[in-house]
Design a protein around this ligand. Sequence first.
Ligand SMILES: Cc1cc2nc3c(=O)[nH]c(=O)nc-3n(C[C@H](O)[C@H](O)[C@H](O)COP(=O)(O)OP(=O)(O)OC[C@H]3O[C@@H](n4cnc5c(N)ncnc54)[C@H](O)[C@@H]3O)c2cc1C
Ligand SMILES: *[C@@H]1O[C@H](CO)[C@@H](O)[C@H](O)[C@H]1NC(C)=O
Ligand SMILES: *[C@@H]1O[C@H](CO)[C@@H](O)[C@H](O)[C@H]1NC(C)=O
Ligand SMILES: *[C@@H]1O[C@H](CO)[C@@H](O)[C@H](O)[C@H]1NC(C)=O
Length: 611
Amino acid sequence: MKMHSVSSRALLLPASLLLTLASANPVRPGTGCPNQPFDYVIVGGGTAGGVLAARLTEDPSITVAVIEAGTWPENVHGNWTQVPMFAGNFYHITDPMMWPFTTTPQTALTGAGGVRPYFRPKAFGGCSDVNAMAFGHSSVGAHKMLADAVGDQSYTYDKMLQYYHKTMNFTPYDYSSTRFANATPEYNSADTVTGGGLGVSYPAYAQPWSTWLSKGLEAIGLKKVPAFINGNLMGQSFHQNTIFHSNGHRSSSESAYLRPAAVRRNLFLYDYTMAERILFDRSKTATGVQVNGTCTISARREVLLSAGVFQSPQLLMVSGVGPKDVLRAHNIPVVVDRPGVGQNLQEHIVSFVAYQVNVDTGDRLADPAYLQQAINEFNDHASGPLTSVGGDFMAMEKIPEDLRASWPESTKQALGRLPADWPEIAYAILPSAIPAEFATPVVPPIPGANYAAAVFVLFAPQSVGNVTIASADVHTPPLINPALFSHQADVDVMVAGLKRVRQALATEDMAPVLIGPETVPGAQVQTDEQIIEFLRSTVNPFQHAFSTNKMGKPNDPSAVVDSNGKVYGVKNLRVVDASAFPFLPPGPAPQIQVYTHAEKFADLIKADRHH
Ligand SMILES: Cc1cc2nc3c(=O)[nH]c(=O)nc-3n(C[C@H](O)[C@H](O)[C@H](O)COP(=O)(O)OP(=O)(O)OC[C@H]3O[C@@H](n4cnc5c(N)ncnc54)[C@H](O)[C@@H]3O)c2cc1C
Ligand SMILES: *[C@@H]1O[C@H](CO)[C@@H](O)[C@H](O)[C@H]1NC(C)=O
Ligand SMILES: *[C@@H]1O[C@H](CO)[C@@H](O)[C@H](O)[C@H]1NC(C)=O
Ligand SMILES: *[C@@H]1O[C@H](CO)[C@@H](O)[C@H](O)[C@H]1NC(C)=O
């Protein structure tokens, strides 16, 4: 689960309250099985797919089809996905808009049989319809490491800046009009741009809890720095958000890229359409995609695979591109033996320390009168708590010396390979009680009271898992095994993370906001063994999974795509999504890495046309 959005309890809303939030209807679907080929066929109309579709169809001479298993989120949930605070509503794998994904039982975890949910929307916009809306860059050092690893210096921070800029349409405003004085965002205007694809701003509402945790973290050494949009990740800052400031709505791949482009006559959107197989001719050239059993959607130039971190490798495997043993076990004819397909799965993990607090948190939205007021404020003035997705603040650091002194050499070595400017841990907030399915508070919750958590997230994961197929039929969910907590370094960093968060909470600066004792994990959890036991039962994916079709050099047998996203061993097929990130950490805002790469790939694809 994504801890930094509000829990389900804010979201059990009577539909009537949200009448002013019903949906605008979708535009120009493709209808039935097409009999004409398209220049490009994009599989998956999610975060990356939406960007590619919008950018490629800027040229009216290019035709593009998008194959999406879901539909417009508005067709399923009205315009609830547009309301930032309601994101937590979708963190249920049984929701009709979500894929029914979980991890396989994780051997290092306890609770729920070691199984954890994965929240992936089946809808135009994909994860960007429900994510926590953080906008940010990766670090200078991480870009350099990435560029060296893939042997392509066009991935350095300086070179990628133009693509970061293509994602940003920044709106500043008079922050003092709606935010607390001590929640005034700090950033350098020179780092912001207008004219890019996504609405970017700061939410009109700041979480009071963030202003308190900010003080506690500052007291333990995390300095305030300008927004994380300049290549630096160390220190603390309010997040810039993917938000339209004018109405407080979520800015997503759907609302900012796909919907505006959907009116174009050269864009054909096939919703409710499951891609079943990528088709190759005898020369291993991708020629199109099979859908609905018998229908072929043909590509004259390229098939672009943007089905996400779990389903892009799944589609490659069922289409005959993957580890040959796996393909043979499922009687799938081997087109290319690529052992790296589905490997290298990495994830950020999250846990928390919680208290009752004496400021308003999302818990107050359980009060119907307060909720109604918040809805009116949102609809009438684009302000109030619903403009906030919850986690509006982040702090990052390497674990300080005193807490790493006792680490084994293996942990020191693993972390030592990361860039000097790469944070190992991030601190964030959850402005609500921790949902009951994730932890049992040691102090029984008081109805009507406000709770909050300090959240810590592993940003230097060393555990490496995999995703594989359970069947040759793409309709059978893939087996997702992130191998969480399988590397000792991850355990060591998370134990230190919990201790750091407790240091911040114990500062005098935070005393005025905390009521009573720690509720999760509670004072009885003290020794390293007890902390590890708590972590095993509570860590969850931060929903940032990446790298299952690793980008790499031609001589790297574990690489799946080259630095242009082209799949090794076949022609006219690229992967453009979170699966294609190389092994490096994608940063505090992986969605922006996905958007940025998709912007870059749109340029590369257009340039390739002329060769
Ligand atoms: C709850 C949550 C919170 C997050 N918070 C943040 C955050 O605050 N900041 C941040 O930067 N990142 C965040 N992330 C991560 C980020 O959103 C994702 O890494 C990124 O959006 C992934 O984009 P993608 O294009 O790879 O995949 P997706 O956006 O998942 O798109 C894949 C698309 O392919 C479709 N599809 C899959 N298989 C098929 C098929 N066989 N046929 C047809 N269609 C198919 C899917 O339905 C989906 O629309 C969060 C993610 C989640 C889930
Ligand atoms: C939500 O629906 C209402 C009523 O149809 C409409 O006025 C509003 O523009 C919609 N918002 C979005 C983001 O579509
Ligand atoms: C595939 O079938 C679904 C119904 O199951 C339909 O809604 C969709 O339009 C079909 N797609 C194509 C491309 O025919
Ligand atoms: C995935 O990883 C697990 C161990 O974590 C291993 O047992 C399994 O064989 C791997 N599967 C594939 C297909 O690589």
